[in-house]
Design a protein around this ligand. Structure first.
Ligand SMILES: *Cc1c(COP(=O)(O)O)cnc(C)c1O
Length: 222
C-alpha cells in the first residue's frame, strides 16, 4: 500500500477545496499514520477510546487533529477530553453534558457533531430527530459553554445499492437543514455534514458532505 499515493490521488478527486478529509486510521500502526502525516495529512479518525489515546500519546509531538468517530461512552469522555479535536458520534444530551464537563476541566471547547441514524441496519446509536430538537431547546443545553456543535454525522447502509445510499444521505442533509433553520440560524459554526466512507464518498459529496471519513481507500483493507 502506498499510503501517500492514495491520499494524493483521493485529494485530487475530491471536487471541492472546502471538504475536509479525515483519514480513518483505526487498526493502523503509528508508522503508517506517519506515512500519511508526511504526505500532508493532519486529520485522523479513530473509533475506540483506548486506541485513540495510545496513538495520541505516541504522536504527541505532531500537529495532528484527532477525530473520535465511533460510539463514545460517557464514562470514557474524560480520557480524550484533553486533546480530541472533534467528537462525531454525539447522540444524547447526557453525553453532551459530560463532554462539556470534561472539556471545562481542561479549559477547552470541544467540537461535536450530532449523530443520526439514517441506515436500515439496527443500531441503538444516533439521536431521534424530534428528541434532538427538544434537547437543543432545553435550558440544560443552553447552559453548556465548553462544547461547540458544528453539524451532523451519519453512516449509510452497508450496501452496493447507491440509490438507497443516496436517499439516506439526502435524509442526512434534510436533518442538517432543519436543525440549522430551527436552532442554529445565527451560528456560523454549525456547518458540517460528516458522511461518506470508502464505498460511498462520491455520492456523499454530491449530496452535500463537508467531512469525509475514509479508511480502506487510503490504508488498504483492514
Ligand atoms: C471505519 C469507519 C469509517 C471508514 O470506513 P472505510 O470504509 O474504511 O472508509 C468511517 N466512519 C466510521 C464511523 C468508521 O467506523
Amino acid at each position: 500500500m502506498d499510503v501517500c499515493k492514495n491520499i494524493l490521488a483521493l485529494k485530487e478527486q475530491i471536487p471541492r477545496q472546502d471538504i475536509k478529509l479525515v483519514a480513518v486510521s483505526k487498526t493502523q500502526s503509528v508508522e503508517t499514520i506517519l506515512e500519511a502525516y508526511n504526505c500532508g495529512q493532519r486529520e485522523f479518525g479513530e473509533n475506540k477510546v483506548q486506541e485513540l489515546c495510545g496513538k495520541y500519546e505516541n504522536l504527541k509531538n505532531f500537529d495532528i487533529e484527532w477525530h473520535m468517530i465511533g460510539h463514545l461512552q460517557r464514562n470514557k469522555v474524560k480520557y480524550i477530553a484533553g486533546f480530541v479535536s472533534m467528537i462525531h458520534g454525539v447522540d444524547s444530551l447526557k453525553l453532551l453534558i459530560e463532554i462539556d464537563k470534561q472539556a471545562k476541566k481542561h479549559d477547552r471547547i470541544i467540537n461535536c457533531l450530532l449523530q443520526f441514524h439514517i441506515a436500515d441496519e439496527e443500531t441503538k446509536f444516533g439521536f431521534d430527530f424530534d428528541e434532538c430538537i427538544d434537547d437543543l431547546r432545553t435550558e440544560e443545553y443552553n447552559k453548556l459553554r465548553n462544547i461547540n456543535i458544528c453539524g451532523v454525522m451519519g453512516m449509510a447502509s452497508f450496501t452496493d445499492n447507491m440509490l438507497k445510499v443516496r436517499e439516506e444521505f439526502k435524509k442526512m442533509k434534510k436533518y442538517f437543514d432543519s436543525i440549522k433553520t430551527n436552532i442554529f440560524e445565527q451560528n456560523s459554526d454549525f456547518k458540517e455534514i460528516s458522511m461518506g466512507m470508502t464505498n460511498d464518498w462520491q455520492v456523499a459529496v454530491e449530496e452535500g458532505a463537508t467531512i469525509l471519513r475514509i479508511g480502506s481507500l487510503i490504508f488498504g483493507k483492514r
